[in-house]
Design a protein around this ligand. Structure first.
Ligand code: IMP
Ligand code: MG
Length: 183
């Protein structure tokens, strides 16, 4: 069984760059949300790794919660982009300052549908913290308040992001060798 690293064509964001950025984001979030009722909401599974790191870089009291969503609708779900909640939050959002912790903002379709759904639950605020963004792919008008790195329009894996449910445990963000997709 070959090492995962051998499937990677090139690294886009290194482990060190991620560590430093997460520390910066944690410090900024801690400053901005001081005195507020902060709830970090992570969308599984991709954001699990970023969530685990970010929450430990946040130095103010906060709660965490997780949800699972899936797109459904027409044949072309990526563009129709209706979002179904597969596993809902446990927390009541009333009066809370919700920060959605996301792995990557790609088309933005998922969050453009999810944010209005969460706003109906009367939170004090709803913002996005994404470790990665592909601005060239954006279809929906979604703007993260906090952003780690912009990446080009390439399919990326690692740091929580998968290809066919694999590579989530790579400690960096990279691009797979083309032959991996044709297997
Ligand atoms: P959206 O297009 O912004 O709605 O992105 C939805 C989800 O697609 C993200 O949260 C990721 O889980 C997944 N995704 C988007 N781009 C990539 C990628 O390059 N690699 C792995 N997953 C991705
Ligand atoms: Mg995701």
């Amino acid at each position: 069984m070959a090492a995962m690293h051998e499937d990677i064509d090139h690294i886009l964001v290194s482990e060190g760059q991620l560590r430093q950025k997460v520390a910066e984001l944690g410090a900024t979030v801690s400053r901005d949300y001081a005195g507020k009722d902060l709830l970090l909401v992570s969308i599984l599974k991709g954001a699990a790794v970023f969530m685990a790191d970010l929450m430990r870089a946040v130095t103010i009291p906060c709660k965490i919660d997780f949800m699972v969503v899936s797109s459904y609708g027409g044949a072309n779900t990526s563009t129709t982009g209706l979002v179904k909640i597969v596993k809902d939050l446990d927390e009541d959002l009333t009066g809370k300052d919700v920060l959605i912790v996301e792995d990557i903002l790609d088309t933005g379709v998922t969050l453009s549908h999810l944010m209005p759904m969460l706003r109906l639950r009367h939170p004090a605020s709803v913002e996005i913290c994404a470790i990665l963004s592909k601005p060239s792919r954006r279809k929906a008008d979604v703007h993260p308040r906090y952003l780690g790195f912009e990446v080009p329009d390439e399919f990326v894996v690692g740091y929580g992001l998968d290809y066919d449910e694999k590579y989530r445990n790579l400690p960096y963000v990279g691009v797979l060798k083309p032959e991996i997709y044709s297997k």
